[in-house]
Design a protein around this ligand. Structure first.
Ligand SMILES: *Cc1c(COP(=O)(O)O)cnc(C)c1O
Ligand code: SF4
Length: 362
């Protein structure tokens, strides 16, 4: 498939050689009928780096890597919403989503290193494969400049780490030029799907724009390879705090054991588990959804049983643009003005007295 080791480790080579067609995938795995049908469907955006494809277990049609990468015919099921989070309604200027008072999400590109089968933004990524134009970037930055409440800008997509260092730097520098922007975050799947994208040159550029945070998406412990670890070490060594956003996916990572192994591997490569997402009700991904009770059970089996900072927050992104809502097991059993009754991770019950004095008026 490739001739030189240097090609394999070149992120652009990985990007250019993404697997996209039935013919390309069939060289790698024996495709099922459901996969063949889906690969012939022009409505699905498909592209997988040779690196991520190399992690597929050829003998397992339910391989968690394969299920995230190779489409199946269930994606045609017309259930759910094209835009479950009402992102288009909350977009004051093109490529910008403003849902919360103090932070915005900037869609830097509609291109990804890999098109995740479970993508919630699948209505708009992967078709045009183009980055934000200069004019749209100017409009987005003007909106941020005109809104002094915005202190946090999340550069996302698509995957901003499909852009060249210079194209990405242009976007980051424009955002950084706004004095009231305190922090910049980048949302990317590159460390998991094209880890070679993280180069010393890239991190040297990024660290000029601190405080800058990076959020990644690892969904399964098998994605945490030597290559991914090296990529995350480069970012962490540049002083970039790393967070992870996992999507809870039926048949891929829907068990306590997998989630526990995942968070343990994440903290070993200095990534803090940030969110565990309930899979959205986006059109085409119904087959990936799990009952909310599973997420609660995972939280129950993590809290108290492992390091506190290895525990993500389980969230449901409320349909219609309500934002992320945390869902927790019930630890508060009863609350009166005098006391609360709680249970701990082992199910033991404790009474905790309230102070005699009232809360001070705010
Ligand atoms: C998730 C999200 C954010 C960031 O939310 P945090 O809880 O601060 O990580 C901001 N804007 C939009 C539109 C989002 O979907
Ligand atoms: S990298 Fe993100 S935006 Fe791109 S397909 Fe995957 S989930 Fe969607």
């Amino acid at each position: 498939m490739y001739t030189h080791e240097t090609d394999w480790q070149d992120w652009r080579w990985q990007f250019r050689n993404r697997l996209r067609t039935e013919a390309e995938f069939s060289k790698l795995v024996e495709l099922t009928d459901a996969e063949k049908q889906a690969l012939r469907n022009p409505n699905f955006a498909v592209a997988v780096t040779p690196y991520f494809a190399s992690l597929i277990d050829k003998n397992d049609p339910n391989c968690p890597i394969r299920r995230q990468a190779v489409p199946v015919s269930e994606e045609s099921v017309r259930k759910g919403l094209p835009d479950p989070l009402a992102e288009e309604e909350m977009s004051p200027v093109e490529n910008l989503i403003h849902r919360y008072p103090d932070r915005v999400l900037l869609i830097a590109t509609e291109t990804c290193n890999m098109y995740c089968r479970h993508c919630t933004r699948r209505r708009r990524v992967g078709f045009k494969e183009k980055a934000i134009s200069q004019e749209k970037l100017n409009n987005a930055v003007k909106y941020i400049r005109d809104n002094p409440n915005i202190r946090d800008v999340l550069i996302s997509g698509g995957d901003p780490l499909t852009l060249s260092d210079s194209a990405l730097e242009k976007i980051i520098a424009a955002v950084r030029s706004v004095a009231h922007v305190q922090i910049i975050r980048i949302g990317t799947r590159a460390p998991a799907v094209n880890p070679f994208r993280i180069t010393p040159e890239l991190v040297n550029m990024l660290k000029k724009y601190h405080p800058l945070w990076v959020n990644v998406q690892f969904n399964h412990p098998r994605e945490i390879t030597a290559e991914a670890s090296r990529a995350c070490a480069l970012l962490a060594d540049a002083g970039i705090p790393l967070g992870n956003q996992t999507v809870l996916l039926r048949g891929i990572n829907d068990s306590v054991a997998i989630q526990k192994e995942l968070v343990h591997k994440l903290v070993q490569i200095r990534i803090r588990p940030y969110y565990l997402y309930q899979c959205d009700i986006a059109e085409g991904i119904e087959h990936f959804r799990t009952p909310v009770s599973l997420g609660i059970e995972i939280m129950e089996q993590l809290r108290g049983h492992t390091s506190g900072f290895a525990i993500p927050t389980f969230v449901v992104d409320a349909p219609g643009g309500g934002g992320k809502v945390p869902i927790l097991p019930q630890y508060l059993i009863c609350q009166t003005p005098e006391k609360i009754v709680v249970r701990n991770y082992e199910g033991r019950i404790f009474t905790y007295p309230e102070p005699n004095h009232k809360r001070k008026e705010e």
